[in-house]
Design a protein around this ligand. Structure first.
Ligand SMILES: [Zn+2]
Length: 507
């Protein structure tokens, strides 16, 4: 490990995904960004813990299980593995995968509920909602189809029941004060304004329990009620790391560095969740990184519009790294992006085939023809040295802002500059000798640095580049910033031309 390595802890999470649907592009997007960020922090020497998982309780699951003729348990057991398998195929490096039906989760949720109850913030009150008698279930306005139950297509009734409520209304001032002291907690910054604006409108208490279904975690002091949505789902971020079971493990990971979330769940994550934690005497998160949506044909993916993209279909076609690179590089994190097949192929051809793939290919070819297949050492005074230093610094800075597209843009500047350096010197036309060796050594050193910087985004390709230029071991075992310093390529290694990294695709 380099002496520049840091030894910080870094804990990041994705949302847990509701198992009423199979993994789709939206899930994959947030998960790939989180994965690349965690891989980046490992390169910086951090002790990283990366959590993802599945949300498995609630009325919709109970209904979906009924419809499938399965018990809720059998139903969730049939869907949750699809997420774990999808993440494996996308090279997601999560350290843990929590399912909310696990015992460790139940223990932690009940501890959290009890802590908020003991603090006086959970009280019985009257819930008023729209109820379908046939479903034995409540709906909100958005669920209804022409004012009717979406399943039975018949009118719903306004019904009241006793529910437990969390007194969110008591937390407005404390949340505003906390955010005032943690101005960088939410990235991108404009999302912070949205959260502050929402809090300033005045916060309403929210219902946290139901008696109308049973597929959930019972309240520890009143087992007629199961907890509903927020205390169950959000709590995964603490129950997975030991809350309620292993205080030492919990204290070593919490508070989380980043919750990666989509913009549609910002209110629950940035208002409800820190208030719940404050009530239980737990520190709020250190940070939230809020992403936009990857739209398909200008619309949010939904089963209704039928535009659901399965990421696994795409990786069969374009390769894991081609897909990962596109979703990371094409859309600035925080903004909405438009996912198109043409965009995917375009990025693949321009950035991967023409830039990175072509650079490795021409370097290996010239070294084979002019340097006897042995990579020369770089020159300390190479004009590429300053470019490489700038690329390393810029890549580090952009990752620190959770801006993978800008980080990759910075890395690709070094690839472009190296291709331009080769074109300016035309080593393929020159006689073998020290001049050719110098140019090729510099290009190999640039490739070594690029392989490290790009490895969080395209881990398989980065390892392939690393091996082909004759570097030993694993590229992801390198530590920045030390390993990014110019001059690390030793020279004297055999260069392997191999097959094209990214064969050009017809657009
Ligand atoms: Zn109904």
């Amino acid at each position: 490990m380099s002496s520049n390595a840091t030894s910080g802890h870094f804990y990041a999470t994705t949302p847990i995904y509701y198992v009423n649907a199979r993994p789709h592009l939206g899930h994959a997007y947030t998960t790939i960004v989180a994965d690349a960020l965690c891989r980046w922090r490992r390169l910086l020497g951090d002790d990283v813990h990366f959590l993802t998982g599945t949300d498995e309780h609630g009325l919709k699951i109970q209904q979906a299980a009924d419809a499938a003729g399965k018990s809720p348990r059998d139903f969730v057991d049939s869907i949750a593995p699809l997420f774990a398998e999808a993440w494996e195929r996308l090279d997601i490096s999560n350290d843990d995968f929590i399912r909310t039906t696990e015992e460790r989760h139940r223990i932690g949720v009940q501890r959290l509920l009890q802590a908020c109850r003991d603090n006086g913030d959970i009280e019985l009150d009257t819930y008023r909602g729209l109820y379908c008698v046939a479903c034995e279930a409540y709906y909100v306005d958005d669920d209804l189809v022409d004012g009717n139950c979406p399943i039975h297509k018949r009118p719903v009734e306004t019904v009241e029941e006793e529910n437990y409520f969390f007194r969110l209304s008591r937390y407005g001032d404390r949340l505003l004060e906390w955010y005032e002291h943690h101005p960088g907690a939410i990235v991108p910054e404009h999302r912070m304004n949205e959260v502050i604006g929402f809090i300033k409108q005045g916060l309403l208490d929210f219902s946290i329990s139901r008696t109308s279904f049973t597929w959930g975690i019972p309240l520890p002091w009143d087992e007629r009620h199961v907890t509903y949505v927020w205390f169950d789902a959000l709590a995964n971020y603490i129950t997975a790391i030991g809350y309620g079971r292993d205080d030492e493990a919990f204290a070593s990971r919490w508070p989380v560095d980043y919750h990666l979330i989509g913009k549609d769940i910002i209110r629950f994550h940035c208002v409800y969740w820190p208030a719940m934690l404050m009530s239980a005497g737990i520190e709020p998160p250190k940070g939230w990184a809020v992403g936009g949506w990857l739209l398909v044909g200008g619309e949010k993916m939904s089963k209704t519009t039928g535009n659901v993209v399965n990421p696994l279909d795409l990786i069969d076609d374009i390769g894991v790294d081609g897909f990962r690179y596109y979703v990371l590089a094409d859309t600035p994190y925080g903004a909405d992006g438009d996912f198109t097949y043409e965009g995917l192929i375009g990025r693949y051809n321009s950035d991967l085939a023409n830039n990175l793939g072509n650079l490795l290919s021409r370097v290996a070819t010239v070294v084979g023809k002019k340097c006897g297949g042995i990579g020369p050492a770089p020159s300390p005074s190479s004009p590429l040295a300053a470019v490489a230093t700038a690329a390393v610094d810029e890549t580090i800075a952009r990752w620190a802002e959770v801006q993978p597209s800008r980080a990759l843009e910075a890395t690709w500047q070094l690839i472009r500059a190296t291709n331009a350096h080769l074109e300016a010197n035309e080593p393929w036309k020159a006689e073998p000798g020290p001049d050719v060796d110098a140019v090729m050594g510099d290009a190999l050193e640039a490739l070594r640095i690029v392989a490290i910087l790009a490895s969080p985004a395209i881990p398989r390709t980065a390892q392939t580049v690393w091996e082909r230029i004759g570097m030993p071991g694993r590229v992801d075992a390198q530590r920045l910033p030390g390993a990014g310093a110019w001059g690390g390529y030793p020279g004297g290694s055999t260069i392997d031309k191999g097959e094209p990294l990214f064969p050009r695709r017809q657009s």
